[in-house]
Write a protein of this length. Sequence first.
Length: 229
Amino acid sequence: MEHQHNRGTAPSTADLLETFPRLFNEQRIPLRRLLDALGDRGMASALLLLTAPQLLPLPLGVSNALALPIVLIALQMAAGNSQPWLPEWVLNRPVTRDKVLGACRRMVPMMRRIERVIRPRWRHIWQPPGDRLVGLCCVVISLVSLAPLPLTGWLPGAALLIVALGLLERDGMIVASGLAVGAGAVAVFVAVVAGLVEAGETIQQEMSRAALGVLTGHPLAALTSGLPF
């Protein structure tokens, strides 16, 4: 995850993203070209681009499928890889220009706000073994994005985007902030799953009472026994 980046001489990530409307005129842009446009920024640039669609209003299921390459990159980060590997079919997969520009419009303002406070610090976070721990946390956060559940898609995407920006700008505090947002995303996921499990158990209990009522000859009493009136 190492790269040479001097904020005094090199453009920031937000600067590069702002050039995308002028750089890409075609309606379908391969992911490979988007990665090339960000330059040699390693795992963080791949994480940034793959996470960006999670901020768009996508149908449930589509955003979950798009999270698969994110999991792959996070696993490589946890393994300590310095350069991303993606299958050719992913690299050659076209993204519509409207989606690219829509993601840029959402990302750049947030990045500009973060850039006001960014500076190189907490170097131990992206140096071994901290880089692998960050990767492992990203694996957990990205796995939440795979679940086709409501309220669980956007937050992990935002968390990984903040982590990617912190890695790109060499700011360990921003990386830690992204991981904190990711912890919140995991907590929301656990709460949603727990709520669904509880609702399922309640329905199962009511169905069991109804079945018992049918067997005992008092179906109405069984159905109304759990009602609050």
